[in-house]
Write a protein that binds this ligand. Structure first.
Ligand code: ADP
Length: 508
């Protein structure tokens, strides 16, 4: 049984039944059965189910936000705007784009293969295993689940054991919107269950979570050559130049660092501010941070932390920084934290440097370290100076400069004069560079990764032979002429045609 406790209130809620480790083979057999029919449906037939799910979700926003709040401790407004809305929007996006992305794509054929036709076809891989985390338990489960379903796959979803209520909610949503039985199976359990599900050799693994677990999963998948997408952590930099709108930048930094109590892979984890505006920026951020409201009502800005283990990580990083000379400009030092509460006051840290864990390792908590810089090149070097590369933001009134800086950042995502934005646009591929992950989802490829991409060329079958087939006798010289006159400096279509006819003659 998985215990469910509202982290914000400490209230114990119903227990959720775990799937036994011995039932994993049966889960995949059921998935395989269900997938046969599902794959047989056209993309547009599948999309009818998607529409039912979207309408159902849009009619139950209160219930959804209440459950997510109870499971994670995040404010209901945040659950609504950043976990539920992106899913509904994504369903609508799939409804609009899946046919164009997944139906057969005609391609042009090189002139050398004159008379032939080429196309790409997308075929379901089979059963996709999706392992998801606790910070956005709805979005980070449902978006990959729905993307895999659109392509004709069956899905086994293992939600995080930290947020099982949302896992149960997902199961009920699929049931109520009348998706075929077993096409999505929600397997509740811990990491042992995740391991056992991987051992059954799913046809694809989509994982969102920590770098440490991502590496373990990639190793296991490599043994059986199971393709994967890994969506891992981030240490996202924000670069604020002196010509930026500081009012807006300070507000964005506070939201970017503290939304979901900083438990966001794309959150603003470190801020670099040009020295001439550093003091002004810090003052603005300090004031905004002190005015944030923490609690459980619908008017509060910050909820609680979700996972007790995460509080320990935040604590260690903040202690390390303070021991090395950092200064708290807002929030409490860890020795003053209430050990019985899951709430941590948002912190602003100054006097930090790149050697501190708080500037190198993912914190996943409500901490904003701020550091001054002088030159553009220095800011780029600092921003690129970690092992992560998920997201970044650049702030300047000079768009040319902002775009130049973005072009130099090793990152999967970036925003100019905004934070975290790209993940909310379903047309844009999402994923990380370096330790932040492998692969992309969302956008066209977000649907195609769950399919075998099959390249096909066709010939009418009327000609008896092809120029590259045996025999080779008498072909070497005209081949050379053909390729030189087609691809070389002095193109000569007449000579190419003559060489082609010579090869055809030698082919008879
Ligand atoms: P966290 O420790 O913050 O929960 P993880 O990356 O460990 O982050 O967990 C993300 C998801 O991965 C969860 O659903 C968890 O149960 C699952 N998980 C953890 N370890 C493994 C593993 N070795 N194999 C498969 N799944 C795992």
């Amino acid at each position: 049984m998985l215990k469910t406790i509202n982290p914000a209130t400490g209230t114990e809620m119903k227990e959720i039944e775990e799937v036994s480790l011995s039932s994993t083979a049966r889960i995949y057999q059921q998935a395989e059965q269900a997938q046969k029919d599902w794959q047989g449906k056209s993309v547009s037939e599948r999309l009818a189910y998607f529409q039912s799910l979207r309408l159902l979700m849009a009619s139950k926003l209160d219930q959804l936000s209440t459950i997510i709040h109870a499971d994670t401790g995040k404010p209901k407004a945040e659950a609504l705007a950043t976990d539920i809305m992106p899913v509904i929007d994504y369903i609508q996006h799939i409804e609009k784009t899946a046919e164009a992305s997944l139906n057969r794509q005609s391609q042009s054929t090189p002139v050398l293969f004159w008379g032939k036709k080429s196309y790409i076809e997308y075929m379901a891989r089979g059963t996709v295993l999706i392992i998801s985390p606790w910070n956005y338990p709805l979005q980070l489960s449902l978006i990959p689940v729905l993307s895999a379903l659109a392509g004709g796959n069956a899905v086994v979803l293992k939600p995080s054991e930290v947020t099982p209520l949302t896992g149960r909610l997902i199961e009920l949503l699929f049931k109520e919107s009348r998706f075929p039985d077993q096409i999505v199976q929600v397997a509740q359990g811990g990491k042992e269950l995740g391991e056992a599900l991987i051992k059954e050799k799913p046809d694809y693994i989509f994982f969102t979570g920590s770098v440490k677990t991502g590496k373990i999963i990639q190793e296991q998948a490599a043994r059986d050559l199971i393709p994967t997408t890994l969506e891992l952590g981030g240490k996202d930099p924000m670069i604020v130049f002196e010509d930026a709108n500081l009012e807006r930048a300070a507000k964005a930094a506070v939201w970017g660092a503290f939304t979901n109590s900083g438990q966001v892979c794309m959150s603003t984890e470190r801020v670099y501010v040009q020295r001439s505006v550093y003091q002004t920026f810090v003052r603005k951020v300090q004031e905004l941070t002190m005015n944030l409201k923490q609690g459980t009502s619908i008017h509060d800005d910050l909820g609680s932390m979700t996972f007790p283990k995460q509080i320990q990580i935040v604590k260690e990083q903040v202690e390390d920084a303070l021991n090395k000379g950092a200064v708290l400009a807002a929030g409490d030092a860890p020795e003053n934290w209430d050990n019985d509460s899951m709430f941590i006051k948002p912190m602003v840290l100054l006097n930090v440097n790149q050697e501190m864990d708080i500037m190198k390792e993912e914190t996943f908590g409500p901490v904003m370290p701020i550091m001054p810089f002088d030159r553009e090149e220095e800011a780029i070097e600092l921003a690129n100076g970690t092992s992560y590369g998920l997201n970044a933001s650049v702030w300047s009134g000079d768009m040319e400069k902002a775009e130049r800086v973005v072009a130099s950042l090793v990152t999967g995502n970036a925003a100019i004069n905004d934070v975290m934005l790209t993940v909310m646009n379903p047309n844009l591929p999402f994923g990380g560079a370096k330790n932040s992950g492998i692969g992309r989802y969302h956008g066209e490829q977000g649907l195609r990764i769950f399919c075998h991409e099959k390249s096909v060329m066709t010939d009418s079958g009327k000609r008896n032979t092809e120029i590259q087939w045996f025999p080779y006798k008498g072909k070497y010289k005209p081949f050379k002429t053909l390729f030189q006159t087609m691809f070389g400096r002095n193109k000569n279509w007449k000579a190419a045609g003559q060489a082609y006819r010579e090869i055809m003659k030698a082919s008879k």
